[in-house]
Design a protein around this ligand. Structure first.
Ligand code: BEZ
Ligand code: FE
Length: 305
């Protein structure tokens, strides 16, 4: 056939992928074509609108670098990242809930002793003591587990977003390894809410659609134990005003910690602290299984012969 009606066109494009050798790739492409064609028909998409969409996606691509991924940000603010996360973690079986990795995981965090103060440099935030534990989904402690931790500075930026990051190196990020009872502790500052990067097309979309760009205050955790699914999650600070409207839809009730405000002169490890300071207590429960922990942005794939 050389001439197609609207619905025949969709069928023809779907059929054009019939010989795809990989069954999953064939399925994904055919479903994508079906959904895209439905969208065009349903909206009666105009030429101007399609041109705008092409230009938007082109600019999104141009904004990407080795360490800046505007497409991931787009997926995040459209809720696609959280939906992919949801369909891949349908049955938690008592394990801790997951959420987005976000673009500021740089990996290879330095192992630090328990209790280390990882507060960002030159920051004036109130101190926070974090006491945590890693167990399986039945409460059995897991020893020797590397836990990567990272969070934003008090000015709302991650160290890796700062122009002098190459010289100054990491701050407010570290790796802790759980002790025999699955525990680890560290000190830092109470994180604040912050905006996702708004200097690109995604920021432009948020502005034009009257959406705010804010994420509620949180600390990122990546818990990666042998024999368990890697856990990518955040712990959110209870009471934050953006918990109900996170721009990337990443909040889950179970991930909100009650962070206590304290006035005692010392933290649980005996470190002297100026009042007020804050105490975050949170346990992570891992699901047996496997999986590959995510590679941070900018990681070069090493080709093996
Ligand atoms: C973050 O939490 O670091 C983040 C997540 C998604 C988009 C931007 C930032
Ligand atoms: Fe974050």
């Amino acid at each position: 056939m050389t001439q197609f009606s609207e619905s025949e066109l969709t069928e023809a494009v779907v059929e054009s992928f019939d010989a795809t050798p990989d069954a999953r790739a064939k399925f994904l492409l055919q479903e994508l074509v079906t959904s895209l064609h439905d969208y065009v028909r349903k909206t009666g998409l105009t030429f101007e609108e399609w041109d705008y969409a092409i230009d938007f996606l082109t600019r999104t691509g141009h904004k990407c670098t080795d360490i800046r991924q505007e497409f991931i940000l787009l997926s995040d603010v459209l809720g696609v990242s959280m939906l992919v996360d949801a369909v891949n973690h349908r049955d938690r079986a008592g394990a801790t809930e997951t959420t987005v990795l976000g673009p500021f995981y740089v990996g290879e965090h330095k192992v630090m002793p328990h209790g280390t103060d990882i507060s960002p440099r030159n920051q004036t935030g109130e101190k926070m003591f974090v006491q945590s534990r890693v167990t399986d989904n039945h409460g059995k402690p897991i020893a020797g587990v590397p836990v990567d931790v990272w969070h934003a500075d008090n000015d709302g930026f991650y160290d890796s977003q700062k122009p002098n990051y190459d010289e100054t190196g990491p701050s407010a990020r570290a790796r802790f390894v759980t002790d025999a009872d699955g525990r680890f502790t560290f000190r830092t500052i109470l994180p604040c809410s912050y905006p996702v990067p708004t200097d690109g097309p995604v920021g432009e979309m948020l502005l034009q659609t009257k959406r705010h760009p804010m994420r509620p205050a949180h600390v990122h955790f990546l818990v990666n134990a042998k024999g368990y699914e890697p856990l990518i999650t955040h712990v959110f600070i209870g009471g934050d005003k953006y918990l109900e409207s996170d721009v990337v839809f990443g909040v889950k009730d179970e991930l909100i910690a009650k962070v206590e405000q304290r006035n005692d002169p010392a933290m649980p490890d005996g470190t002297k602290a100026a009042a007020p300071w804050h105490l975050m207590t949170y346990e992570f429960h891992l699901k047996p299984g496997g999986g590959i922990a995510p590679k941070p942005l900018g990681t070069k794939v090493v080709e093996t012969a």
